[in-house]
Design a protein around this ligand. Structure first.
Ligand code: 5AD
Ligand code: SF4
Length: 440
């Protein structure tokens, strides 16, 4: 038998790309590829790219340029570009960078085996269609390999919201939900392979409306089905849009024990003028009332968010409104970004904020968010939480896991195994993690 071919995948961006990279590795695993951690001994290099940040495409071109020497040494090396930059740039990638053999958009990963075969024949292959078929169904998990205790599971892709700054509706396409039975089968399979916690993924996950036995299901209904899976202990989901936060989902946060008390609910800005220009279709007030209702259902829930500062025409007063909103919500964690132009999106045409001013606002917002994050983390000291152990710590006998609230927790003198859940009393709060002791 010939030696296995080696596959190097570099993943950029969001959790959905992490999930997609795993599926690509599995698909090519069926063609005799094993993964390698180094591009130097690879027979195939795949860059799974992200388009959400500034100059994303330029970064991909410069990364590709670095493989020039490698390809000169190994003419059989195949280089592919996947992900959202592949979708956005398409043919342009091959025109600009002749090293590239294969360009594959996020909706076409199940076609990778055929594409790889063609590339081996010396063809240049491109597939950035949005086909009707379910790419995940085609990407069957081949080997029943053991897995770590946590996993992502994509339940919907794409977005119909068209926020004025965002490329997702263009790169990932229209909102599509996977049928519930396929998701449940995949969840069952993950649990059989050792997974205890599943994070349901979607660009607009709470807009989920996949087909179920009795018509379309809501995300909450899907969560209740997953709740019945024996051996699955924790359920999370991300990322949600405020306008799709339906009553049954809010209620589930109070009644479904497996659904973790953590919600990522981006608001982006705190000024109604800016929210309108962002085409967010919600107001500051409606967002705050929503947070109130969620906290009424689950008082200890940890709220996380995304923010953009320096959106076109944002004034100091608009920015101040964002700070006020942050003060009112008290975020447990948050991601904040300086607005950056995406060609082709409506906001790209609007008058831009002075970059120095935007930098200054970002710093001020981040200072406030960091302070809040720290306060929420410190408030855990003295409380009892459940920890799912994910790995051994740096010190003998130490284990590291995540609390229900997604805080990293270090536990000394811990006789538990990876994948175990245990009650832990929090004793102290450090820079980015908590420390605690087993209660029993
Ligand atoms: N500029 C800055 N941040 C952006 N995001 C999306 N598009 C842009 C952009 N053009 C941020 C949003 C989103 C997160 C995933 O990335 O806050 O919620
Ligand atoms: Fe982008 Fe999220 Fe807005 Fe959809 S809801 S357009 S993914 S920011």
């Amino acid at each position: 038998m010939s030696a296995p071919k080696k596959l190097f995948i570099k993943t950029y961006g969001c959790q959905m790309n992490v999930y997609d990279s795993e599926r690509m590795a599995e698909a090519l695993g069926g063609e005799g590829y094993v993964e390698t951690k180094s591009p130097d001994d690879a027979d195939m290099i795949l860059l799974n790219t992200c388009h959400i940040r500034e100059k994303a495409a330029e970064k991909v071109y410069s990364e590709l340029g670095r493989f020039k020497g490698l390809k000169a040494e190994k003419p059989d090396l195949k280089i592919g570009v996947a992900g959202c930059v592949a979708q956005a740039e398409g043919q342009e990638i091959m025109r600009r960078q002749p090293l590239v053999d294969l360009v594959v958009g996020p909706q076409s990963y199940h076609r990778l085996p055929e594409m790889e075969a063609k590339a081996r024949e010396g063809e240049k292959v491109l597939d950035t269609d949005f086909p009707e078929e379910d790419k995940f169904e085609k990407l069957k998990n081949r080997p029943k390999a053991k897995r770590g205790p946590t996993a992502f599971l994509t339940v919907q892709e794409g977005c119909d919201k068209f926020c004025a700054f965002c490329v997702v509706p263009y790169t990932r396409g229209a909102e599509v939900s996977r049928p519930a039975d396929r998701i449940l089968r995949e969840a069952q399979d993950l649990v059989e392979r050792g997974v205890r916690e599943i994070t349901l993924l979607g660009q607009n996950v709470n807009a989920y409306h996949g087909a179920g036995a009795n018509g379309d299901m809501t995300l909450a209904q899907l969560i209740w089905e997953l709740d019945k899976v024996d051996g699955l202990e924790r359920i999370r989901f991300t990322t949600s849009h405020p306008n799709d936060m339906q009553d049954d989902l809010i209620e589930a946060h109070g009644t479904c024990a497996k659904l973790m008390p953590y919600l990522h609910l981006p608001v982006q800005a705190g000024s109604d003028k800016i929210l309108k220009r962002m085409n967010r279709a919600h107001t500051t007030e409606s967002y705050l009332r929503l947070i109130e209702r969620i906290r009424a259902a689950r008082p200890d829930i940890l709220i996380s968010g995304d923010f953009i500062v320096g959106f076109p025409e944002e004034t100091e007063a608009d920015f101040q409104a964002t700070l006020d909103l942050v003060e009112e919500v008290k975020y447990g964690t948050a991601y904040s970004f300086k607005y950056s132009t995406r060609p082709g999106t409506p906001a790209a045409e609007r008058p831009q904020v002075d970059p120095k001013e935007a930098d200054d606002r970002l710093q001020r917002l981040q200072a406030l968010l960091t302070k809040q994050q720290r306060e929420v983390q410190d408030s855990m000291v003295g409380r009892d939480v459940t920890v799912l152990f994910e790995k051994v710590g740096r010190f003998p006998g130490q284990m590291v896991g995540k609390s229900d609230y997604l805080h990293a927790v270090h536990v000394a003198d811990c006789d538990r195994a990876i994948g175990d859940l245990a009650r832990v009393r929090i004793l102290s709060s450090g820079a980015n993690s908590l420390a605690g002791a087993l209660i029993d």
